[in-house]
Write a new protein. Structure first.
Length: 199
């Protein structure tokens, strides 16, 4: 089943349903092969498309296969551009749907659905698994799959050791840079910490 057909240089190009591009059978170097119309038109004007390159529709209209509307881009750049466009479209769709989703989740029907879903999944949600703490080696029961510490103390100790929370500050006494946890309030380097400074 096809939506429409167009003819170019005596070759019929078809646009199948759920497809963006026109495709047709062309003879290339004595071999019959399936080709997309926009690629065929590009090669007709500029020669063979190098490997790793795509032909892009400038105005994003896949029906507009005029040579002025086509440009050759590296595959990575082309796919990256379309990926950004798709993410933006998805974001807009989500923003549009969000008020309706919120309204449904607050409705009686939505609350009933959540209650039934909770009853079905609560055993999995609160199932405890025996694990070993990666800091102290102590065995503990974990609810969450990503829980790797037996306590907040071990978690904090591991974060301090890794330096993941470290920031660089400038000592207010001597002006030297020093490294410290971002959660610390001190503004003095180790040399001047705890000293009484008369200015």
């Amino acid at each position: 089943m096809t939506e429409n057909v167009i003819e170019h240089n005596g070759i019929k190009f078809y646009k199948p349903k759920k497809e963006n591009y026109y495709i047709g059978e062309v003879v290339k170097n004595g071999v019959r092969k399936v080709c997309r119309l926009h690629r065929y038109i590009w090669e007709e004007n500029y020669g063979e498309i190098p490997e790793g390159y795509h032909i892009h529709h400038k105005d994003k209209d896949f029906n507009n296969n005029s040579i002025d509307n086509l440009e050759m881009l590296e595959a990575f750049e082309h796919l990256s551009n379309h990926s950004k466009e798709n993410r933006e479209q998805s974001r807009k769709s989500i923003e549009k749907a969000r008020p309706y989703a919120i309204e449904w989740h607050k409705s009686k029907k939505g609350r009933e659905w959540h209650k039934k879903h909770y009853e079905k999944t609560k055993e999995k949600l609160y199932k405890k698994t025996e694990r070993s703490c990666i800091v102290c080696g102590k065995t503990f029961l974990a609810i969450r799959e990503n829980n790797i510490y037996c306590s907040n103390n071990c978690k904090a100790k591991d974060r301090r050791k890794s330096g993941i929370d470290n920031v660089t500050r400038q000592c207010i006494v001597c002006g030297k840079d020093f490294v410290i946890s971002r959660y610390s309030k001190t503004m003095k380097c180790e040399e001047h910490r705890g000293r009484w400074n008369n200015g």
